[in-house]
Design a protein. Structure first.
Length: 405
């Protein structure tokens, strides 16, 4: 029997999300998550998806104490087992792990061995919030299935093609190099997947098109992709740089930090929390859900209007900047929670950019769909697309291609 299934794990500090895919036909077999790991009331939600044998989705939910990631993965394994999809199945080809930071060392998906795990650990100082949880996920899965290829897929990998002119900060080179300070970028699997899908939507191959990808979720980032290769992206050393996000400020004068230290007496940790958790849309208007912000705007709420205006202003600046970086743009693609669902954001981001060849058709923009689609008027110089992202599918594809190489 050929092993064609890939289990994708996305391990956070207190959660473990998973999807099981069958790469023989690309179908998704099961999905779920364990959250609040380590708390008294952890929650495990498992969904067996409609495929082959089963005709509709069925979900089981349990709560109770799940002590750590090892126990969480065992709970997931038990759920999969109950559906005949157990981790000891000979059909399982590999386990793919989303790893946030791969530094400059990891430019492609990588089979994990002890040396690779050590390298990922070495990157903890540049990704203190993310890599430790990813490492726990990998360790746990290796213990459960030591014989199976465990493959790390890095959020930063797609951006390692950025030229030095885009990746370097204009600071003292020795200091930057000593502390590995440069722009790495994140959401790479999403930018890779969406830029490829956008090319396909245009009936072209990725090397033929230049695309600006706007990944607008709770975290948000833009990228400039020239002929399938990333040449610039808005996140930097950490996911704090760039666009206005749900709770992160995005671009800011670094002197704000000195000012808050000197004048407001705030500590580094307090400022870190301010910029990462209490800024962005939530800092500006108290809400980070775009649905709620648009609803409040409809009621004439001034703070919601201002938050929306700042969010859109930043987005426009990046569209303009990446148009200049690329020279010629074939498509702008909106993706992730806000990009896929918020017609008002898409309309406002493109409004007034006809000079750049950009426009949306109001009727097409208003259509709700989970399919990749064009929303620009027929004959537009630059296509505007909505392309649902699928990071798990991209990870599974990369993992499967690697283990079958
Ligand atoms: P993500 O991080 O990609 O899961 O995106 C989450 C964000 O998407 C939420 O915080 C909302 O702001 C936004 N979102 C989700 N659904 C909608 C919707 N129907 N309309 C507008 N925004 C949405």
């Amino acid at each position: 029997m050929t092993a064609t299934r890939v289990l994708v794990l996305n391990s956070g500090s207190s959660s473990l999300k998973y999807q099981l895919l069958d790469m023989a036909d690309g179908s998704k077999l099961a999905t779920g998550l364990v959250e609040r790991i380590g708390e008294a009331a952890s929650r495990c939600v498992h969904t067996l998806l409609a495929h082959g044998g089963s005709t509709r989705d069925s979900t089981r939910e349990q709560s109770g104490h799940i002590a750590d990631h090892a126990a969480a993965l065992k709970a997931i394994a038990a759920e999969l087992d109950a559906d005949g999809l157990g981790l000891d199945s000979p059909e399982l080809a590999a386990i793919g792990h989303r790893v946030v930071h791969g530094g400059l060392r990891f430019t492609a998906p990588t089979v994990v061995d002890d040396a690779v795990l050590q390298e990922i650990e070495r990157l903890v100082p540049v990704a203190p919030l993310h890599n430790p949880a990813n490492i726990i996920g990998i360790r746990t899965a290796r213990e459960l299935r030591p014989d199976l290829p465990q493959v790390a897929v890095f959020d930063t990998a797609f951006h390692t093609t950025m030229p030095e002119s885009a990746a370097r900060y204009a600071i003292d080179v020795e200091t930057a190099d000593a502390h590995r300070i440069r722009r790495y970028g994140f959401h790479g699997t999403s930018h890779a997947y969406v830029s490829r899908k956008t090319a396909a939507l245009l009936g072209r191959t990725p090397d033929e098109v230049n695309v600006i990808v706007l990944h607008l979720g709770n975290g948000a980032s833009a990228s400039a992709v020239a002929g399938g290769v990333c040449v610039d992206t808005s996140m930097g050393l950490t996911p704090l740089e760039g666009l206005v996000m749900g709770t992160r400020s995005g671009d800011i004068d670094p002197a704000v930090i000195f000012h808050l230290t000197r004048v407001a007496g705030m500590s580094v940790d307090e400022i870190d929390a301010l910029l990462n958790k209490k800024s962005g849309l939530v800092g500006l208007c108290g809400d980070n859900d775009m649905r709620e912000i648009v609803r409040r705007m409809d009621e004439g709420d001034r703070r919601a209007e201002l938050a929306f205006a700042i969010y859109i202003h930043r987005l426009k600046k990046y569209i303009g900047a990446y148009t200049a970086v690329l020279g010629r743009v074939d498509a702008v693609a909106f993706t992730a929670g806000v990009g896929e669902n918020s017609a008002p954001v898409r309309a406002a981001a493109v409004a007034g950019l006809d000079g750049l060849g950009l426009a949306v058709d109001a009727g097409l923009n208003a259509v709700r769909s989970d399919k990749a689609r064009l929303i620009s008027p027929e004959g537009s110089r630059v296509a505007v697309a909505v392309v649902p992202t699928d990071e798990e599918r991209e990870i599974a594809q990369q993992v499967y291609a690697l283990v079958n190489d």
